[in-house]
Design a protein around this ligand. Sequence first.
Ligand code: GAP
Length: 536
Amino acid sequence: MEMEKLVSLCKRRGFLFQSSEIYGGLNGFWDYGPLGVELKRNIKEAWWRDMVTGHDDLAAPPGAPEAYEMVGLDCTIIMHPQVWKCSGHYDLFVDKMVDCKESKKRYRYDQVPGRWVESRGQKLFVTTSVEENQEADIEHRALKFLNLRAKDAADLTWQSPLISLAKIDPSDYGKVLGPDAKSLGTLTDPRDFNLMFKTIVGALGTEEDAAFLRPETAQGIFVNFKNVCDSTRVRVPFGIAQMGKSFRNEITPKNFTFRSREFEQMEIEFFCHPKSSPQWYQYWRDRRVKWYTDLWLASDRLRLREHDKEELSHYSCGTSDIEYAFPFLAAGEFGELEGIAHRGDFDLRSHMEGKLVARDGQLVVEQGPDGKPKWKGSGKDLSYRDDLTNERFIPHVIEPSAGADRGTLAFLCEAYCEDQAPDEKGEMQTRVVMKFHPRIAPVKAAVFPLVKKEGMPEVAQDIYRALKQRWHVFYDEKGAVGRRYRRQDEAGTPFCITVDGQSLQDKTVTIRDRDSLKQWRVKIDDVESELGQRLA
Ligand code: GAP
């Protein structure tokens, strides 16, 4: 599937719009249109239902070491600034960036691809800013810079495959042709750039009033751990779930909604005994993959990838990513949909004791120049006492952390299909159809009168109003019925119900299945139960 086709469908049919589009848009911000908002809400509701309200607290689900409880939380976006100091985000939530002195553009330095090339005694590293055909663009730029023609391409001796600028020693930056530069050596040395959005709380506007928009929902859960334990009767093992907006000032937002500056996360912090935490980590990896496949994200484009030792954060005992081969990525590449991390007791201890660092394989409180904790924790006791065994311990945490927008994008990519279907005259035409799982489909059914006369609209409207009590259904009487079917196929509506001449005589209607294109007749009185069964 070509990404351009999906992007154009999303705009044309109202799934996604660029934020503030009439003013030229704002890079990294996206709005969901009438169909998109339903799709994303259904995905979030499916997650909340499957992970929280529909979870059976009494029985161990398949693969789980024992039964566990799940509760939810909804925390503020702006929290006490100390939260981010103790969590490490204030010091460490950075990407490295380079600036181009010539083009005045800024790049995330690990996302500037290029190749070493040599020609006529000159060696240079030529980079590119394009997403597709990068090698061809690099060759074109190298020839242009060296004043060579296309027919001289054989004069170029390539010294490396496509590699990231991050692999180049900054002492070699004098030989780098920046992505939008005409001369060499225009890129600055890499510098840290903190991704947290800063804001000011209150009217005084001083630096002391600085606060941050949360870059993840997870910290709200950790700082409420004690509140949840004290106000409910949850016992370890249990999970706290939260979904909501997060903000990251990404240096290079790109690939549609994949890397945005404002996005939604769906996160669980699962608290368990340190001894059983490896089994819980396994459980959550499998449980979360199953959630996607149950909603039809089931092709070989989905995979679970365990991080190598070098990729793990200093506190993590294991992390896996659920990844999807998004169509905008090069063949064989996958993008992260969700991370499942075994975080040990890092987070609860950080908020008790202060910001932690690893020293000699141990987590210790980082000290400032005065020998005191660099960032002081809350000092509150966040340990847990098991009232049956009387054991007191700091629970370990397994964190399945998903992106609602990335998930929505993956479901959109997976659903997009083109097939052949007959038009009004029986001639085969290419049909664009979004094959969403009925649970997440924005509209569950459309109701049409075949023609806008002979009492058909009245019957169709009665059916529409009856179904509307339970589902998001759509009524349409405008234009040829074939065109109405096509519009619903593009919206991903699983069923179309049509009232025709026969309906007026025998009180039946046709139901058309979006994927198989099969049509069958059902009594009007049975439409609701038939739909109920098929949508279940
Ligand atoms: N609490 C852990 C955490 O936030 P993360 O891997 O940084 O981990 C979790 O983020 C998920 O949030 C990612 O797997 C992705 O789905 C989503 N996400 C992260 N940054 C994003 C961005 N800039 N745009 C859209 N989604 C993003």
